[in-house]
Each structure stands twice: as C-alpha cells, then as structure tokens.
Design a binder for this molecule. Structure first.
Ligand SMILES: [Zn+2]
Ligand SMILES: [Zn+2]
Length: 155
C-alpha cells in the first residue's frame, strides 16, 4: 500500500488523514510484528519530532474504532496493534516475545455456556515457545511458566 492508498483508506472511513495518522498506519501495515505504542513512537519520532506517545495511542485507538486495525491484549500491560483485521489467532512466544499469526476457523469453535449471549468479539490467544526459541527452552522453564509447561509435557 502506498501513502496515497492509505490516505484514501482513512478518508473512506471518515478519518481525517493527517500526516501523523498516515505515518502511523503506514508503519503498522509494514510491520506485521504487532507493534506496541512504544515501538511505533520510537521508530517514528525521528521523522516526526513533534510526535508524542499520546498521539500514537490516540491514532491507534481511532484506527481500531474504524476497523482499520485491531488491538491485542497479550499481557505485559501493553497493547499491541495489528493492521490485519481479518479473523486470526495469535501466539506469543514467552522467550523472544514475538507474536505470530495463525489461521483459525472461528465459526467452528465449540463453545458451551454462552447460549443467549451476544458475542461482539472473538479472539484466540496462545502462548508458549516458538520453533526458533525451542533450542534455548531451558531458560524459560525456570520462569513462572515452568510448571505449566512441564505439566503439558507429560501429556
Ligand atoms: Zn521465540
Ligand atoms: Zn495478527
């Protein structure tokens, strides 16, 4: 997507395409690593010296409201953002902190106990160790996820 495409996308959603918003959405579309407010701020502040973390946060929340991005709540008290608004699951590696996308059929997940509820938002979030970190697995087993991971291993 070019900046022009992004501008049109924002306009189509009725969002005023300020330079800052264009840059933030452009960053989010180019970096599919589910960046945080901090990461986006750090990478754009050189280019936009007037940028503040509040502006980054407010812009991202505006994108979420207008379905241009989705927000992930993946612990660490830090929201992560995703320009891919299609339904997919997320896997967080507890070793490298990377968040991976995976495909999931949300329509066919068996849910019990929500009869009569109206569901607005579905998300699937897994955490564990990614294949790249598996070699260094021992370091993580000593941490707070040690017990759970050992239990899992016995299955
Ligand atoms: Zn990893
Ligand atoms: Zn994602």
């Amino acid at each position: 997507m070019t900046i022009k495409d992004i501008q049109e996308l924002l306009e189509a959603k009725g969002v005023k395409p300020s330079i800052t918003r264009l840059k933030i959405l452009d960053y989010l579309q180019r970096h599919r690593s589910h960046p945080s407010v901090d990461e986006i701020y750090r990478n754009l502040v050189q280019e936009i010296p007037t940028l503040s973390k509040t502006t980054v946060y407010n812009s991202l929340e505006l994108f979420v409201e207008n379905h241009l991005a989705q927000v992930l709540h993946v612990g660490d008290n830090e929201n992560r953002y995703d320009a891919d608004v299609s339904s997919h699951g997320h896997f967080k590696c507890l070793s490298c902190g990377k968040i991976y996308d995976f495909g999931i059929d949300f329509e066919n997940i068996k849910v019990e106990g929500l009869e009569g509820f109206r569901v607005y938002d579905k998300s699937v979030y897994c955490q564990g160790i990614c294949p790249h970190c598996k070699v260094n697995e021992k370091e993580v087993t000593n941490g707070k996820y040690g017990k759970r991971r050992n239990a899992y291993r016995q299955n």
